[in-house]
Write a protein of this length. Structure first.
Length: 433
């Protein structure tokens, strides 16, 4: 009997939390006519909510929210700092390990929070040993990817902000999946906690700032500026001085070019870096590669970026995935140079990570060099060429997910998208002729 009730409650709770219907307004409307039934239903609903809320994600709370919660529990003010330090300095995954807390509080934390937010499903390591990538399962069964890139002096985490992505960029594996859902701030932060734990387990000691990771790039699955609120909340949590204390300047948000959100970001107090996925200097080609360009064309995007630079005085990075025969003609380098000349900006050339099923390949090294040379020497635009990392473990955005995640949502090869692929080829042919 108890078991049956438990399953009923779980099913009802899952249905409710899935947002199928919010029963509260329905119940309130019926109250006058069906007091008993409604009273009973409200009771059941409260039991369900209690059950559902039992295991919150602890990484979802800002420091202030944690302080308020503990104050509501009647705990002295200094407890918040203690718990925060256990979470983000010591990275414990169990309230019982928080040894300077009273047993009753540890019990209440265990009852309230689920510390294992992410379950690693697959871990891959590149043959050069410098890149590691995880497919991580979320509590609702969805999957995301996170990558760690270890350089000589830097450990960079590349993390996801959404399950899938809505923007359908033609060369991007995540873009072919569509958007499943946003991640919560806690699910974003949990990726960093996971990677930081991995580094420490490998013997890396935190620097003064409290973390062994040195950089975070929001360049995994999804679009940070479309999950604006949760991404910024995650940044606030990572940034808090009593926790990981991650400097905003060490974090980079990459956007497909959402103009209103770029303008909004310029007004934020954080000093985070902004990277803009440009990938083409002309509208027809850019729209073929990044369909969002039809809504926010290059002129609007550049105006927003100039305003961002004017307000923040921060250098912006333009990302340019170099696709062989599509957007790597030196004529386009001249267009790009004219577009960016004199801006507080630099270009990051990224030879395309070929996505399985696509005919598109990364540009050859000489082509990348010729393209960079035009930008640097003719237009004085600073350029870096991103080292290709983790090619053998499909470290490109969304690729591991595409290999592992099937569940009926098969990944369509890029060239099955005739509108994208053909339009890009046509645009490229026009430029070179
Ligand atoms: N939505 C954000 C961040 C996610 S992807 C954005 O569009 O910027 C991070 C970067 O990787 C973007 O510049 C994206 O265009 C690029 N990218 C995606 N797939 C790629 C691939 N197969 N090869 C090279 N770069 C890729």
């Amino acid at each position: 009997m108890r078991k049956a009730l438990f399953y009923c409650i779980r099913a009802f709770g899952a249905w409710q939390t899935a947002g199928a219907i919010d029963p509260l307004p329905v119940l309130v409307l019926q109250y006058r006519t069906h007091k008993r039934i409604v009273g009973g239903a409200l009771f059941v609903w409260m039991v369900i909510m209690r059950h559902e809320c039992r295991h919150l994600n602890p990484y979802n709370l800002t420091f202030e929210e944690l302080r308020t919660l503990l104050a509501e529990w009647g705990e002295p003010a200094y407890r918040a700092r203690q718990v925060w330090q256990w979470l983000y300095r010591h990275l414990v995954d169990d309230a019982d390990a928080m040894t300077n807390l009273p047993k009753t509080l540890r019990g209440r934390l265990t009852e309230t929070f689920a510390f294992g937010v992410l379950t690693p499903v697959t871990e891959l390591q590149s043959t050069d040993g410098h890149t590691r990538k995880w497919l991580l399962r979320l509590p609702d069964g969805e999957h995301i990817e996170a990558v760690l890139m270890e350089y000589d002096t830097r450990n960079t985490a590349c993390i996801s902000v959404q399950v899938g992505c809505a923007y359908a960029c033609a060369f991007c594996a995540t873009g072919q999946m569509g958007l499943m859902r946003h991640l919560t701030a806690g699910e974003i932060v949990a990726q960093i906690v996971h990677i930081e734990r991995v580094l420490r387990a490998a013997g890396e000691r935190p620097a003064d700032g409290g973390h062994a990771l040195t950089n975070i790039v929001f360049m995994g699955m999804g679009e940070p500026l479309s999950n604006y609120r949760e991404t910024l909340k995650a940044i606030r949590i990572l940034n808090h001085r009593d926790g990981l204390s991650f400097g905003a300047r060490r974090m980079t948000l990459s956007t497909v070019g959402l103009v209103p959100a770029i303008r909004r970001l310029a007004e934020e107090p954080f000093q985070v870096n902004l990277a803009v996925s440009l990938h083409a200097p002309r509208d027809d080609l850019r729209t073929a590669l990044l369909p969002i360009n039809a809504q926010y064309p290059i002129a609007d995007l550049m105006e927003a970026v100039r305003a961002y630079i004017h307000t923040t005085h921060r250098r912006v990075t333009f990302e340019y995935a170099m696709i062989d025969g599509i957007n790597d003609d030196v004529a386009l380098a001249h267009d790009l140079g004219r577009l960016l000349q004199g801006m507080l900006a630099h270009v990051n050339l990224i030879p395309l990570n070929a996505v399985p099923g696509s005919l598109w390949q990364g540009s050859p090294r000489e082509q990348v060099r010729a393209f960079a040379q035009v930008l640097q020497e003719t237009y004085n635009v600073p350029v870096t060429v991103r080292v290709r990392r983790g090619i053998d473990i499909a470290a490109g955005c969304g690729q591991l997910y595409a290999q592992v995640e099937r569940r009926g949502r098969s990944i369509v090869p890029l060239d099955a998208y005739p509108t994208h692929a053909e339009a890009a080829r046509t645009a490229a042919r026009q430029h070179s002729s």
